[in-house]
Design a protein around this ligand. Structure first.
Ligand code: CTP
Ligand code: MG
Length: 239
């Protein structure tokens, strides 16, 4: 079956600070979402990328995609749809734009612009091999504590420390059997029952999700320091 990628890029990027919507911010002169779209289009498996644009930025995103022409060479199609209030809504709007013949769907954050094509391919491969939901992830380096949250910088009581060796930090692209992901989004809308990623919604349906190795360069650009790291990675790739 054909594979498509949904690229949610409609967030404001509040944690990155004031400026353009995060996906439109430049990394070494090229908007983040163009880097991310290229990373997906670089996979031979991906025939279509649905870019979910900031609600008022769809026209701008279209012209950016044209201007960067995504390096010709490959035959990836692009669609642009306006996004929603939450990431989950934006993903759903992207899914609604998929043509009938798509059997496998990747969902990839525009905020992870540097994901290597090998990671994209590994996720697609695992879905093709029969897993209904696949996430790339890495072991944690920090120890994680569960706390009783307190507001305003008050010390927070620790409730426990999960065994780090069993924890994984999850990245994107996450890959899905299309019908599975659609069912998850349709049955858990509008709140997603608290799921913070797409695979989490599939888990809530009681369906299996598997992890494949992620990649350090698939990190999410969230805070200003992440921009420094992303530009350093790009500079190293050029060298
Ligand atoms: N996203 C989206 N629609 C939203 C919110 C987020 O498409 N309403 C996308 C973002 O553009 C991003 C991805 O979901 O590519 C992951 O979200 P995140 O890293 O949280 O980005 P933002 O929501 O933009 O950042 P912040 O939470 O700091 O505002
Ligand atoms: Mg966000």
């Amino acid at each position: 079956p054909r594979t498509a990628a949904v690229l949610p890029a409609a967030g404001r990027g509040v944690r990155l600070g004031p400026g353009a919507p995060k996906a439109l911010r430049a990394l070494n002169g090229t908007p983040m979402l163009i880097h991310a779209a290229r990373a997906l289009a670089a996979s031979r498996a991906v025939g279509l990328v649905v870019v979910v644009a900031p609600p008022e930025g769809a026209a701008e995103v279209k012209s950016l995609l044209d201007a960067h022409a995504l390096d010709g060479g490959d035959r990836t199609d692009f669609l642009v749809v306006p996004g929603g209030e939450t990431r989950q809504e934006s993903v759903k709007l992207g899914l609604d734009a998929l043509p009938e013949d798509i059997g496998i769907v990747l969902v990839h954050d525009a905020a992870r612009p540097l994901v290597p094509v090998d990671t994209v391919d590994a996720v697609v491969e695992a879905v093709r091999a029969g897993a209904p939901a696949v996430v790339p992830a890495l072991p944690l380096t920090d120890t994680v504590k569960e706390v009783e949250p307190r507001i305003g910088g008050e010390p927070e009581p620790v409730l426990g420390t999960p065994a780090r060796s069993r924890l994984r930090a999850v990245q994107t692209p996450q890959g899905f059997d299309r019908d599975t992901l659609l069912r998850a989004h349709e049955s858990l809308a509008p709140e997603g029952e608290g799921a913070t990623d797409d695979a989490g919604m599939v888990e809530r349906l009681g369906l299996p999700v598997v992890v494949v190795p992620g990649h350090e360069e698939a990190f999410k650009v969230t805070r200003p320091l992440d921009l420094v790291l992303a530009e350093a990675v790009l500079a190293r790739r050029k060298a």
